[in-house]
Design a protein around this ligand. Structure first.
Ligand code: ADP
Ligand code: MG
Length: 321
């Protein structure tokens, strides 16, 4: 049976280039590039809550890092380092091999160095901390939206939630739609290049992890503004357009979560430059609403006829009822 130290050596110790010191000492040593500050974020995946027992280990390795990188994207930060705290029921080397394969493949794509962590026995739990760099004054914060700004969304929302709805037998997707939605749920791709390109363009940004209305609501609250979304303008995947259950489609689009797209605000004058970013980087970017000086934190959704819609759920809240 591999010891804790065998596991760390075999699976988590990789050479580092940028860090001054990586895995193996009491602490890693890092310093930001000139003019940069560190952006730091942690997200945890808990078995039974964020993934099912028996979930594919390589996809978990990918997702555990991807959801964290998504927070760096939303801040306009360039990914640099990660730490990994792992609780495992046993030293399962087949699982560890697959998990690290998924983790390091994505880390390689975005130039992330694993510089430390902790490994312990316990109910399966994966906690990743990522560290990125951004010029302090260009960080894409949640509190910069202003009345008159437009609201933008990358990609589309709802597909990951649709995969879960299929799993729970609330809907039956055809094979192509299921494959598409499962990939969105299991192996999300963080919008890193988009976050970097939005420095100096977006007035605020957030990644959509808990549901579109809930996350746009966080921008509205922190910025002290209201947001009006146009339901008909929300981008929809083929799978979502084919969803026969309009109530479910609405729930997935507005409150599904696990989307890892970027929602952001920008002054209308930035529209042309944002459209160039979309074309140059190959991101679909859609204007989905506007910021107004209404009640701070309020997000209203309007239908095609201009009437305010009643929304059953804003999104996900771990301690909500
Ligand atoms: P300590 O007892 O000082 O906390 P550990 O024995 O837990 O040290 O860890 C030894 C080294 O291995 C440290 O550098 C730590 O950051 C690293 N490490 C432990 N677990 C992981 C992991 N899952 N991923 C990356 N690095 C890890
Ligand atoms: Mg330790």
């Amino acid at each position: 049976m591999a010891s804790e130290f065998d596991i760390i050596r075999r699976y988590f110790t990789r050479p580092v280039k940028r860090a001054l010191l990586g895995v193996g000492d009491d602490c890693a040593l890092i310093s930001p590039a000139t003019g940069m500050v560190f952006a730091v974020s942690t997200d945890m995946l808990v078995e039974g809550r964020h993934f099912l027992a028996g979930a594919d280990a390589a996809r978990l390795g990918h997702k555990a890092l991807a959801v964290n990188l998504s927070d760096l994207a939303a801040m306009g930060a360039a990914p640099r380092y990660a730490t990994l705290a792992l609780a495992l029921p046993q030293a399962d080397e087949a699982w560890l091999g697959q998990f690290t394969q998924g983790f390091f493949a994505l880390a390689g794509t975005f130039g992330v160095e694993l510089i430390g962590g902790d490994t312990t026995r316990g109910p399966r739990n994966i906690s990743v901390t990522v560290i990125g760099e951004v010029p302090a004054e260009q960080a894409l914060r949640r509190d910069g939206a202003r009345a008159g700004d437009e609201v933008w969304l990358s990609g589309c929302t709802g597909d990951a939630a649709l995969a879960l709805a299929h799993h729970d037998r609330r809907i039956r997707l055809d094979n192509a739609a299921l494959a598409h939605c499962r990939a969105r749920l299991d192996t999300p791709v963080p919008c890193i290049a988009l976050g970097l390109a939005l420095r100096g363009l977006a007035t605020s940004a957030i990644d959509v992890s808990d549901g579109l209305v809930a996350d746009v609501g966080h921008i509205a609250e922190r910025s002290g503004v209201a947001v009006e979304l146009r339901y008909a303008d929300l981008p929809r995947s083929r799978a979502l357009r084919a969803c026969g259950d309009e109530g479910l489609a609405q729930q997935c689009l507005l409150a599904g979560g696990d989307d890892y797209e970027l929602a952001f605000t920008a002054h209308p004058d930035a529209r042309g430059r944002i459209e160039s970013v979309a074309a140059d980087l190959g991101f679909a970017l859609t204007r989905i609403g506007k910021v107004s000086a209404g009640q701070a934190g309020l997000v209203s959704v309007y239908d095609a006829a201009g009437s305010m819609m009643r929304i059953a759920s804003r999104g996900f809240d771990h301690f909500g009822s």
